[in-house]
Design a protein around this ligand. Structure first.
Ligand SMILES: Cc1cc2nc3c(=O)[nH]c(=O)nc-3n(C[C@H](O)[C@H](O)[C@H](O)COP(=O)(O)OP(=O)(O)OC[C@H]3O[C@@H](n4cnc5c(N)ncnc54)[C@H](O)[C@@H]3O)c2cc1C
Length: 540
């Protein structure tokens, strides 16, 4: 039986990550990334994640005197993980380091942290993503941003102005409307003035999927007289009493167990409006974009960790008188998984760079918009089957909780669902192509940069052009076109920046004639050794 993997170094062992971060202009963040990679890879952090997921959060609605408290109690390991994430700025790095490459480095932090723990990443992703929406109302931003950018995790359930650091969640989904938030029914009516920000509102309604409800404030969609608007609703009212947020129950989910996801009611909850009245979706859309960026990086992280665990096992396990890592068909599976994981990670880093450049470069802004939707769809779609295959590399041991793979496996489908399930994302890609003049040309410009580097990619680019120019039945074809765009974009990154072995294997399979998506089907001629050796050094 293989020895325990023990401590990993999520940064220095991951050659592809280090290269992609440097290529996309975030080499200056290497020390910070290395510190997080070393810290989170420790067996102690893996143990925290196991405990935080085994001893699930519990709802505590009332205190000992029967007074409502609406709290969630977590295992101490959850708090240890939150502490580590906030201390390493997994929620704030991009905003605290406003320079080119900041979102690339942020994506790398997400990718590494997610390898060890997914539940804690939910509030981290929401806090990261909330900042552009908070900026829509400068007075609110002035009050909340310094607290949100703090590097101290403060778990106390007390008013935000007394805390050393805060977290922000978002409640959009209602029973009748997750994808279609326009059918939301939560109402907001004017309720006097809020100090420094003008009009205050009182919110009443129900939210059906509200994660991390112990955050200090939430972005909430609700109807005011002028239409669907976005509100900031704190856990505590400005007068220091509890706000009208009543938790009804916690969901019993497939995975993501350490994270509490609740159903709740607002009864006269205090809130202030963010952005313009009736433009709630517009205000929250930046948050949605950044969450989608997170989803893609997180799914890439899940793939990477599954692959890392699989590699460790097959390097030590023998069957039929040979190490598994030396069996030709296992080498094909491993290399295929590695190529997929690298393409997913490289895509996330490229998106990070596009987000960084978006303000000054319209093409980058366009790529950040449509490229994020494309990547979110495809990388999240590939993650569950990827981790399932990594799990199988361990045989029966992979099906056992202690291997860590079942937890990754249960986590994997989540990123495909929230912030736009598969169909919704692909329809969004279609909408962007229709409405935004730069969307199609942006994708093609990205592919042109790799022209001549791969025969298969050049041919696939031509096929994609035809896809994009053919509006017929586009809604029906939205998944097929999004998939082809994702594969071409991933291939172009590998052709331009990756090692030849990885780029050639990707193009020969994903853009070749016989590919159907199952792993272990790379064609003859692939440099298996170069790809497998790149996953992690042999003695790591
Ligand atoms: C673990 C977890 C945590 C979550 N946390 C939060 C949270 O903190 N805050 C929050 O607001 N929400 C949260 N959600 C909810 C999540 O955002 C929604 O579940 C998601 O947006 C989908 O909405 P829905 O469940 O209502 O599905 P529906 O909107 O009913 O969609 C069901 C299916 O139909 C498809 N579909 C929808 N429209 C179309 C169409 N026009 N054509 C074709 N297919 C279509 C969708 O792609 C999906 O596959 C969470 C979900 C999960 C699983």
């Amino acid at each position: 039986m293989p020895p325990h993997l023990g401590d990993q170094d999520l940064w220095s062992e991951d050659i592809a990550l280090r290269e992609a971060v440097a290529q996309q202009g975030a080499g200056w963040a290497a020390d910070h990334l290395a510190t997080l990679g070393r810290h989170m890879g420790q067996a102690e952090m893996v143990a925290h994640s196991e405990l935080a997921n085994r001893f699930e959060p519990e709802l505590k609605t009332f205190d000992r005197y029967g007074m409502r408290v609406d709290q969630v109690e977590f295992h101490p390991s959850y708090h240890a993980l939150m502490d580590a994430a906030v201390a390493h700025q997994v929620h704030s790095f991009a905003w605290s380091h406003a320079r080119p490459g900041a979102h690339v480095a942020h994506g790398a932090l997400q990718y590494m942290f997610q390898q060890i723990e997914g539940g804690v990443m939910c509030p981290m992703a929401m806090a990261y993503s909330a900042i552009p929406s908070l900026n829509a109302t400068p007075a609110v931003a002035k009050e909340w941003l310094p607290r949100l950018l703090a590097t101290t995790y403060d778990q106390r359930d007390i008013p935000a102005d007394q805390k050393r650091g805060v977290m922000i969640g978002m409640f959009m989904t209602e029973k009748q409307g997750g994808s279609d938030v326009r059918v939301n029914t939560t109402k907001a009516t004017p309720a006097g003035l809020a100090e420094g920000v003008g009009q205050a509102y009182s919110l009443t309604g129900h939210k059906f999927f509200s994660s991390a409800p112990m955050c200090d404030a939430f972005l909430v969609l609700a109807y005011s007289a002028g239409g669907l608007s976005c509100f900031l609703v704190p856990r505590w009212r400005p007068d220091g009493t509890r706000n009208g947020i009543y938790l009804q129950r916690l969901k019993d989910k497939l995975g993501n167990k350490s994270n509490a996801s609740s159903e709740l009611e607002f009864i006269d909850a205090h809130g202030v409006m963010l952005g313009k009245e009736g433009r709630g979706v517009r205000t929250i859309i930046d948050m949605v974009q950044h969450n989608r960026f997170y989803c893609a990086n997180a799914s890439a992280g899940i793939m990477r960790q599954g692959l890392r665990l699989a590699l460790h096992h097959v390097r030590h396990r023998s069957a039929f008188q040979r190490k598994l890592v030396d069996q030709p068909l296992m080498r094909n599976v491993l290399a295929d998984l590695a190529v997929e994981a690298e393409a997913a990670m490289a895509y996330g880093m490229r998106l990070g760079r596009a987000i960084d450049d978006a303000e000054s470069d319209p093409m980058a802004a366009s790529l950040a918009r449509i490229g994020t939707a494309i990547g979110k769809y495809w990388v999240c779609k590939r993650a569950p089957s990827h981790v399932g295959e990594s799990l199988e590399c361990l045989g029966g041991a992979g099906y056992v909780e202690e291997s860590g793979l079942p937890r990754l496996y249960r986590e994997a489908p989540l990123n495909g669902i929230w912030e736009g399930s598969g169909n919704v994302i692909c329809l969004d890609v279609w909408r962007a192509l229709q409405r935004e003049e730069a969307a199609g040309p942006t994708i093609l410009a990205e592919l042109e940069a790799a022209r001549g580097g791969s025969r298969q990619l050049d041919a696939a680019t031509e096929a994609l052009k035809e896809d994009l120019n053919n509006p017929e039945d586009f809604e029906l074809r939205a998944r097929a076109v999004t998939e082809r765009a994702a594969l071409c974009l991933q291939a172009s990154l590998l052709v331009r920046h990756g090692p030849a072995a990885v780029a050639d294997a990707f193009c020969a399979s994903r853009l070749g004639q016989r590919w159907h998506g199952a792993y272990g089907t790379l064609p003859k001629g692939v440099d298996f050794s170069a790809i497998i050796d790149r996953i992690a050094p042999a003695d790591a």
